[in-house]
Design a protein around this ligand. Structure first.
Ligand SMILES: CC(C)(COP(=O)(O)OP(=O)(O)OC[C@H]1O[C@@H](n2cnc3c(N)ncnc32)[C@H](O)[C@@H]1OP(=O)(O)O)[C@@H](O)C(=O)NCCC(=O)NCCS
Length: 175
């Protein structure tokens, strides 16, 4: 498998809109509510322009996951904090028809390389719904450690959900 991360740019608006449209029901349980306008390329163009601004400001780094000859998912290092913390929050999803092939596991490994390499961060956090064992496994395979349970932590698909909290430090720090 040949998984790569391609930094977001405005030219990916049509592709991203199509990915969101094709995976609307697949992502509904795990992603914030999306209205119809969100699925339009014009709206994605605005979000991608905003993503570029946030990257330039060093506040967020995000990419499409590429495998074979197509885009198959999304990964983001959100809420980058500098100063004494040097941390960020990881998020990701894989298109339904590509799930179960190791793509998320590979993409998260590459995302950690970006976080600890290019961005020079010290720690990556991830929170995952307690009813998402597949995503828990992706984190475990990438060396994340469970550090707690946040009750009623995220509002998704019309209700609040508990989430496991995970962390992973840069190489060289005891995990
Ligand atoms: C969760 C998600 C990212 C996984 O993507 P993926 O490319 O299928 O993940 P991978 O193939 O790399 O790895 C999945 C692992 O979970 C395991 N798994 C899948 N479903 C499982 C389940 N119900 N119980 C236990 N393990 C499970 C797989 O066996 C695999 O582990 P293995 O490699 O040891 O066999 C994908 O299903 C997705 O995008 N879901 C919707 C959005 C989402 O949940 N995002 C994450 C929010 S924290």
């Amino acid at each position: 498998m040949d998984v790569a991360l391609h930094e977001l740019h405005v030219g990916q608006a049509d592709t991203l809109a199509q990915l969101y449209r094709e995976n609307r029901s697949h992502l509904q349980k795990w992603e914030p509510a999306r209205d119809d306008a969100f699925l339009e390329p014009d709206h994605q163009r605005k979000l991608l322009a905003e993503a570029q601004r946030l990257r330039e400001e060093g506040r967020r780094w995000a990419a499409l996951i590429h495998e074979g000859d197509e885009y198959v998912g999304f990964l983001a290092l959100n809420h980058i904090v500098r100063g004494a913390l040097q941390s960020c929050q990881l998020g990701y999803w894989v298109a339904e028809r590509h799930c179960g092939r190791g793509i998320a596991s590979g993409a998260v490994a590459l995302g950690l390389d970006v976080a600890f390499g290019m961005l020079g961060l010290h720690r990556v956090e991830a929170s995952v719904r307690t009813d998402n064992p597949g995503s828990v496994r992706v984190l475990q395979k990438n060396g994340f450690r469970r550090i707690g349970l946040a009750l009623s932590h995220v509002f998704l698909d019309s209700s609040w959900h508990d989430q496991w909290l995970y962390e992973r430090h840069e190489p060289g720090i005891a995990q």
